[in-house]
Design a protein around this ligand. Structure first.
Ligand code: PGA
Length: 234
């Protein structure tokens, strides 16, 4: 059986000090943590001698340049990141990230040896119009053109389920995952994200095409996140 994956996305929460404390609290679980830029170094140091992977939540697609306020893949790598979230729906909706830009970011991450965790998902409007499959296909096809599918992770995160407490049902998620799976390799880990919690996590990972979860809100408290990790990984 393929190994399951549990990723926490801390968004714009936790100082470097708080992040290090949480990493220590989670030390026995082989989870991946996407932390704020300023917490990367402290989190990576705290994660040494554990199986925890530390990653970032975004990067710039250029190798370097006059891009005030941006962070490059090489910079992330230097401070201990091993993966990076790309195209999270908050980046797409709040910061105008397009599929083309997401594609460039995936390439840059791979070039620097970071594992891209590509996030895709439809909006409520798109689902109500019955367009979820075509939206997912378009997002994946553009973002992954020419990409080695064995070197990436993909997360299906329906936009309407993120931070809303309204998760997709496991069956709905499986249906969307089957659409994504058809375009991905058998070996590409495919995660579900969107209001995952202690109660619903097992139903998601019991689905044939769901290889793990990407957890936002419920990853902030290490006690709760540890219980989620236990249910999926142990
Ligand atoms: P949520 O966030 O678990 O709080 O819905 C998921 C995400 O944004 O990755």
């Amino acid at each position: 059986m393929k190994k399951k994956l549990v990723i926490g996305n801390w968004k714009m929460y936790k100082t470097a000090h708080e992040a290090a404390e949480c990493v220590h609290a989670l030390a026995q679980f082989p989870v991946w943590l996407a932390v704020p830029f300023t917490a990367l170094s402290a989190a990576a140091i705290a994660a040494k001698k554990t199986k925890i992977q530390i990653g970032a939540q975004n990067l710039h697609e250029a190798r370097e340049g006059a891009f005030t306020g941006e962070i490059s893949a090489g910079m992330l790598k230097e401070v201990g990141a091993s993966f990076v979230l790309i195209g999270h729906s908050e980046r797409r909706t709040l910061f105008g990230e397009t599929d083309e830009r997401v594609h460039k970011k995936v390439f840059r991450a791979l070039e620097e040896g970071l594992t891209p965790v590509l996030c895709v998902g439809e909006t409520l409007q798109e689902r109500q119009a019955g367009k979820e499959a075509s939206v997912l296909q378009a997002q994946l096809e553009t973002a992954l053109k020419g990409v080695d599918l064995d070197r990436i992770v993909v997360a299906y995160e329906p936009v309407w389920a993120i931070g809303t407490g309204q998760s997709a049902t496991a069956e709905m998620a499986q249906e969307a995952h089957a659409v994504c799976r058809a375009l991905l390799g058998k070996n590409t880990p495919l995660l579900y994200g969107g209001s995952v919690n202690i109660e619903n996590v097992e139903a998601f990972v019991a689905q044939p095409d769901i290889d793990g979860v990407l957890v936002g809100g419920a990853s902030l408290d290490p006690k709760i996140f540890a219980q989620i990790a236990m249910k999926v990984l142990l």
